[in-house]
Design a protein around this ligand. Structure first.
Ligand SMILES: Nc1ncnc2c1ncn2[C@@H]1O[C@H](COP(=O)(O)OP(=O)(O)O)[C@@H](O)[C@H]1O
Ligand SMILES: [Mg+2]
Length: 232
């Protein structure tokens, strides 16, 4: 379970301070599928990065399964991340000189899984995203949609309890986007908690919950609500 209490994040450069997140209090329960929407620059990626412990915050608290992440060492944070959290980035973040198989395997190696266990998980993940036949390809030999599916396979092979996805279908055509959405729903039904940034009203509607952020603050306003916009 994710619990944020009055969480704030300020980016400081020499010239400006940006209040990327202001006073965010939010709970996401085990097994939820939540969509996160908001205008560009509203703090969605910052929130995801903080939840994924990739980024520090300034004020407030973040508790993961009842334990504050504050004050944890880098080593403790990366262990936590590696064991509990999966990421799907908008830009895929695949290693270009690694095959599809090796890309999926790398985080499992970090985690110290035995070769047989790694192989089983990778094969299973490749089956699920429909890329088993292309496992020895390089990322550059795949389409954008296929690369996105590799990124998803890499995330799910870790069997994370929490999956954080930053516009996972942002670079995909509508058919591929639907397939990715179905894949995420399938993972969610197996018990994985998902928080997904999206601009797609259909996806926000399909998710069990819709969280909206405007200007770094949670908002109930209907101004940017894709659900409301759709039915208007
Ligand atoms: N590393 C950074 N340094 C300075 N400002 C940043 C940094 N990352 C994000 N910001 C600023 O924080 C705000 C929120 O950004 P972001 O979380 O990326 O928004 P979104 O993902 O909703 O488009 C923006 O004003 C952005 O310019
Ligand atoms: Mg973003």
């Amino acid at each position: 379970m994710i619990t944020l209490t009055n969480l704030s994040k300020i980016f400081r450069t020499e010239l400006i301070e940006t209040h990327a997140l202001r006073d965010i209090s939010l709970q996401i329960n085990e097994g939820e599928f939540a969509a996160l929407t908001g205008p560009s620059g509203s703090g969605k990626s910052t929130l995801l990065n903080i939840l994924g412990t990739l980024e520090q915050f300034d004020d407030g608290d973040y508790q993961l399964d009842g334990k504050s992440v504050k004050g944890l060492s880098d080593a403790a944070l990366s262990k936590l991340r590696n064991e509990k959290i999966g990421f799907i980035f908008q830009s895929f973040n695949l290693i270009k000189d690694f095959s599809i198989y090796d890309n999926i395997e790398l985080p499992l190696r970090y985690r110290g899984l035995k070769p047989a266990q790694r192989k089983q998980r990778i094969e299973q993940a490749l089956e699920l995203v429909g890329l088993h036949a292309r496992r020895s390809y390089l990322p550059s030999q795949l389409s954008g949609g296929q690369q996105q599916r590799v990124a998803i396979a890499r995330a799910i092979a870790g069997q994370p309890r929490i999956l954080l996805a930053d516009e996972p279908t942002g670079n995909l055509d509508s058919l591929m986007a639907r397939q990715v959405m179905e894949l995420l729903e399938q993972i969610n039904q197996q018990g994985c908690t998902i928080l997904m940034v999206t601009h797609d009203p259909d996806q926000a509607r399909r998710a069990g919950r819709h969280i909206q952020i405007i200007d770094g603050q949670l908002s109930d306003a209907v101004l940017y609500d894709p659900l409301a916009a759709q039915s208007a």
